[in-house]
Design a protein around this ligand. Sequence first.
Ligand code: G3P
Ligand code: MG
Length: 239
Amino acid sequence: MEIFAHRGASGSCPENTMAAFRKTAGLAITGVEFDVHLTADGEPVVIHDETVDRTTDGNGMVKDLTLSEIKKLDAGSWFSREFEGERIPTLMEVLALFEHTPHRLNIELKSDVFPYPGMREKVIAAVREFGLEQRVILSSFDHETIREAKREAPEIETGVLFMEILADGPGYAASIGGDALHSAIPYAVRESGQRAAAEGAVIRVFTVNSREHAEMVRRSGARAIFTDHPEEMAGLFGG
Ligand code: G3P
Ligand code: MG
């Protein structure tokens, strides 16, 4: 089963930081997943939440802060003092780190709460600038974004993110230009998910952090898991 580090190696490092990505870059796993929002001055930055409150020493919405304001925040201390001084990375910094590694890069476009006009186009331009079209997967819970991304960049793989137990996942994905199904655990292990996998659908499952869940997902026929513990999961389920 393929292993993707969820928000980088987020079990042992602060999520979505260069520390978490450097650790991931040294692992023999398939790929890394990270989340992108847009700053007030239009820079794609790598952070999970709409606000900086949970994962930095600051507060406020990413969309209301400029890149220079964002770059002053400490994104490591909330996790452990060892990581004091970690910053919120830009998308460009993360792409540069992985430019010459073999990893696949799953960029999750977090446009499902705020639409972030222009973000999708900027992300696609950055992927093309680095020549990473064949290694990137663009995913989102915002399925309009998936449809538009596939229209604008048919050469880049798309992943449809969802929490529901879809009756016809592959049919739905195909209707919006989705190449893969990025599902929560319940869909993957249900009959509809298992049938889809058997018929050739690519299913990647989030977030799989226990051995028991990983075992269930592997039996389901899914292609990959997103996990906060990539090193441990690769040892148990990789390959
Ligand atoms: O892309 C898989 C997973 O990251 C989706 O959920 O909330 O962790 O971004 P979330
Ligand atoms: Mg994510």
